[in-house]
Design a binder for this molecule. Structure first.
Ligand SMILES: C[S@@+](CC[C@H](N)C(=O)[O-])C[C@H]1O[C@@H](n2cnc3c(N)ncnc32)[C@H](O)[C@@H]1O
Length: 304
């Protein structure tokens, strides 16, 4: 922190000798006080770019050894917070549902298949009109089934977008949604948690909700078992552990609900975020560690 601060001061005030002397004085005093002076920032892991490169390969991997990309609507009903299916069932035909990190888009296919009753998603039966649904995935995992159903329903009802990450879409490209889901997708994989959430909330209509799930985290109610290998960890500016739900609760214009399943081995937080007004501000997180995987292991530090 001292090094960053001194270089910032020096670059801004290089021509001003009085300011430069002052900067040297501040740096010297902070160094003398030791690392506890100012705020503590965890060092960023060396060679983090190598982990990002490995992660890219995981996204592109196919067949055995790749990650799960075909969860259906029943699976979504199981892993997402209570009320997801009811909320989906209440959508009208001009409403919109975005599934971030949709993989093959099986959940959306199941939702639309219910109309013909061919393969109803038992645990998430919705009757009535179907909302327009958009699936996004970094890599194109569309199956023949998706291509057939997409062709018969038309782009206006189901759409599959791939080739980039959520943050790379402009607001106009995606539009706004009443429901956004993310099942072991971007929220579990992103290297920038706060920017990801900010983007999600910017795409939600006021009154809309984001349903997601985060595996291997410190649970809000503290019921996680000893010996867990945590995959997403968060610390505050002074490096004290922070639970994901406590961090989320500091986001303005949202209502946060956190649940967990007592019978699951891995402590998993089921999260619903309601957007209640437009002035959303997400407390910033910085990445300090990242290890590629399915899902990756990540450690974030909240900005002071
Ligand atoms: C493990 S798969 C999950 C697929 C599906 N939700 C399921 O449960 O079967 C992860 C998905 O998240 C996508 N993904 C990860 N990070 C993303 C991001 N930042 N933006 C968009 N998609 C992302 C991947 O491309 C992939 O489609």
């Amino acid at each position: 922190m001292v090094i960053v601060m001194s270089s910032v001061i020096f670059s801004a005030k290089a021509s001003n000798t009085t300011a430069a002397s002052l900067a040297i004085l501040i740096v010297t005093v902070l160094q003398a006080l030791g690392p506890g002076a100012g705020w503590t920032q965890e060092p960023v892991q060396p060679r983090i770019d190598e982990e990002f490169a490995k992660q890219e390969k995981i996204y592109r991997r196919r067949g055995g050894g790749s990650y799960t990309t075909n969860r259906g609507l029943s699976d979504y009903a199981e892993v997402l917070p209570t009320g997801f299916c009811d909320a989906l069932g209440r959508l009208g035909s001009s409403d919109r549902w975005l599934d971030i990190g949709a993989g093959e888009g099986q959940a959306i296919l199941d939702y639309y298949t219910q109309q013909g009753d061919a393969a109803p998603a038992e645990k998430c039966r919705t009757s009535g009109p179907k909302a327009r649904a958009v699936a996004i995935s970094i890599e194109d995992r569309r199956t023949d089934k998706w291509k057939q159903q997409g062709a018969s329903l038309g782009d206006d009802r189901i759409q599959y977008l791939s080739g980039k990450r959520l943050r790379q879409y402009s607001p106009d490209e995606l539009g706004k949604f009443q429901i956004i889901t993310d099942v072991y997708g971007g929220f579990t994989y992103t290297e920038n948690l706060s920017r990801f959430l900010e983007k999600v909330l910017s795409l939600l209509e006021i009154g809309g909700a984001f349903y997601t799930v985060l595996p291997a985290v410190h649970l809000e109610d503290g019921t996680d078992k000893l010996g867990t290998w945590y995959k997403t960890e968060l610390v505050d500016a002074a490096s004290r552990p922070v639970k994901v739900c406590s961090w989320l609760r500091q986001t303005t214009c949202t209502k946060i609900s956190c649940e967990s399943k007592t019978d699951w081995d891995e402590p998993t937080q089921l999260i619903k975020i309601d957007k209640v007004c437009s002035d959303v501000a997400v407390p910033r997180t910085n990445l300090v560690e990242y290890m590629a995987g399915a899902p990756p292991s990540r450690r974030f530090q909240m900005a002071p």
